[in-house]
Ligand binder design. Structure first.
Ligand code: 5GP
Length: 171
């Protein structure tokens, strides 16, 4: 099954010069979506993974079925003010300004093994913030998994030495 055929390329979205990789055709096809989750899960079967964590919103789409497939808990990483219980925040620098991500204070036990998931790896800024947040919470990142990687943006480099896996790579 060629999953790449299920990614729609949208030129000039959200800004001129950007080629957006649209995952909605893949999500619309249960066989393809199931196969994508299976192929990502295959990379991690047999390893100790206590939790799968992902940042809203597109990360959730892949992380939730992956958590069920790997029999791990699912932990949502959210924008400020969205989580109802006590939260722990991580502030990180953007090109212009600062952004914040939050998790519940009881999201992880000390030393838990966490797999981080997102739909797409571009510069790695979003995933790097998630890595820091998980480490600040006392858990351990076992890897970062993506459906798509834009390899020309070298996101892997900022995530090193954490291991990255992506299903589809665009050069
Ligand atoms: P980064 O922080 O690595 O620069 O950007 C990755 C984040 O931006 C991901 O959370 C992803 O959802 C979003 N993103 C950036 N470009 C694209 C794209 O072309 N397609 C999709 N589906 N998401 C994108």
């Amino acid at each position: 099954m060629d999953l790449r055929k299920k990614i729609r390329n949208i030129p000039d979205f959200p800004k001129p010069g950007i080629m957006f990789r649209d995952i909605t055709p893949l999500l619309a096809c249960p066989d393809s979506f199931r196969e994508a989750i299976k192929q990502i899960a295959d990379q991690y079967r047999g390893r100790k993974i206590d939790a799968i964590a992902a940042a809203e919103a597109r990360g959730f789409i892949f992380a939730a079925p992956l958590a069920l497939e790997l029999n791990a808990s699912f932990v949502p990483v959210r924008k400020p003010g969205k989580l109802p219980f006590d939260t722990q925040a991580f502030h990180y620098e953007l090109e212009y300004g600062v952004d914040t991500l939050e998790i519940h204070t009881d999201a992880f036990q000390e030393g838990e093994q966490v797999l981080l998931v997102d739909d797409l790896l571009a510069t790695g800024g979003t995933m790097n913030a998630c890595v820091k947040l998980i480490e600040q919470a006392g858990a351990e990142v076992v890897g970062c998994a993506f459906a798509i990687e834009l390899s020309f943006l070298n996101g892997r480099e900022i995530l090193a030495p954490h291991e990255c896996f992506s299903l589809l790579t665009y050069d």
